[in-house]
Design a protein around this ligand. Structure first.
Ligand code: NAP
Length: 289
């Protein structure tokens, strides 16, 4: 079997177009323009590129973005002040702190300082807990993007065995809960999992988010599986690859995401969607809706 490509790039373009129309309609009806504030601490080139891409994507769909760039030696207290300022700014609907933060700053403390209703990354404990009980204000963009990709590709989740490699707060855990909510039977694998291949071979839907190039090979995948490769790894020759050995896994899978061009563009598209939701919710509150 040779897999069909799950084209995240074109599905994300479709979503961005929908978001653009929604932003226009909202502005016409209410005068509200969604605004995302991004905070970048330090000058890590990869983080700077991510922030730049997010700002560009906002501009394309009519979302205002405010970029706050702070020095790497900024104190945790100063960063908390900045977040409090954005929390109380009525013009800002959404706040995103680009990770990772410098080691002297406690990441959890920073993420917990963002108001849950502005936490479009979905990393606040109240949103993570909300996911557990099925009613979060926001879900992290990457897991949301994975679910949207499956949905828009007409992949039935209910009753399927989904196996997730990686249990991070950013990808693995929220993806597992979203798949559970859709009545998949979910297995989560991590670094201590014994015989990873045994588990991955059970998967009807395999999500790999480990950050390890070449981790999943053809022999680890069931014939006809749907394979979602979340990994983004830059090799020494400059190539960007996922966690999955693409050519051999594509021989076994029925559907597979490429890297780049799979989950990555979906993540940005869902961030835009979350930002519009934050704005609409704020506007609704003001009007008592
Ligand atoms: P992370 O926080 O480093 O988590 C990686 C997870 O993989 C951990 O839970 C780890 O388990 C598990 N793992 C690592 N090696 C493993 C192995 N050999 N067998 C089984 N499990 C293993 O990374 P992350 O933030 O979740 O990101 C994962 C990858 O996705 C990275 O490449 C990242 O760049 C990419 N990513 C892409 C997007 C996108 O939009 N495309 C968004 C976010 C992340 P333990 O915790 O038990 O060690």
């Amino acid at each position: 079997m040779s897999a069909r490509i799950l084209d995240g790039k074109s599905i994300a373009a479709e979503i961005r177009q929908e978001v653009r129309l929604e932003v226009e309609a909202m502005a016409a009806q209410t005068g509200a323009v969604p605004c995302l504030a991004t905070i970048l601490v330090g000058n890590d080139p990869a983080s700077a590129t991510y922030v730049q891409n997010k700002a560009r994507a906002c501009k394309e769909v009519g979302i205002t973005s405010v970029r706050i760039e702070l020095p790497a030696d900024l104190s945790e207290m100063s960063l908390l002040h900045e977040i409090n300022r954005l929390n109380s700014d009525p013009v800002v609907h959404a706040i995103l702190v680009q990770l990772p933060l410098p080691p002297h700053i406690n990441e959890r403390r920073i993420l917990e300082a963002i108001l849950p209703e502005k936490d479009v990354d979905g990393f606040h404990p109240s949103n993570l807990g909300g996911l557990l009980v099925g009613s979060p204000l926001f879900v992290a963009s990457t897991p949301l993007g994975i679910l949207e990709l499956l949905d828009r590709s007409n992949i039935v989740i209910e009753g399927k065995h989904a196996v997730i490699v990686g249990w991070s707060v950013v990808v693995g855990k929220p993806t597992a809960f979203l798949l559970l909510q859709h009545h998949a039977t979910v297995t989560i694998c991590h670094i201590k999992t014994r015989d990873l291949a045994f588990h991955t071979r059970q998967a009807d839907i395999l999500v790999v988010a480990a950050g390890k190039p070449g981790l999943v090979t053809g022999s680890m995948v069931k014939e006809g599986a749907v394979v979602i490769d979340v990994g983004v790894n830059r090799l020494s020759d400059g190539r960007v690859v996922g966690d999955v050995e693409f050519p051999e896994v594509a021989e076994k899978a029925s559907l597979i995401t490429p890297v780049p061009g799979g989950v990555g563009p979906m993540t940005i598209a869902m961030l835009l969607k979350n930002t519009v939701d934050a704005c609409r919710r704020k506007w609704g509150e003001r009007c008592g809706r």
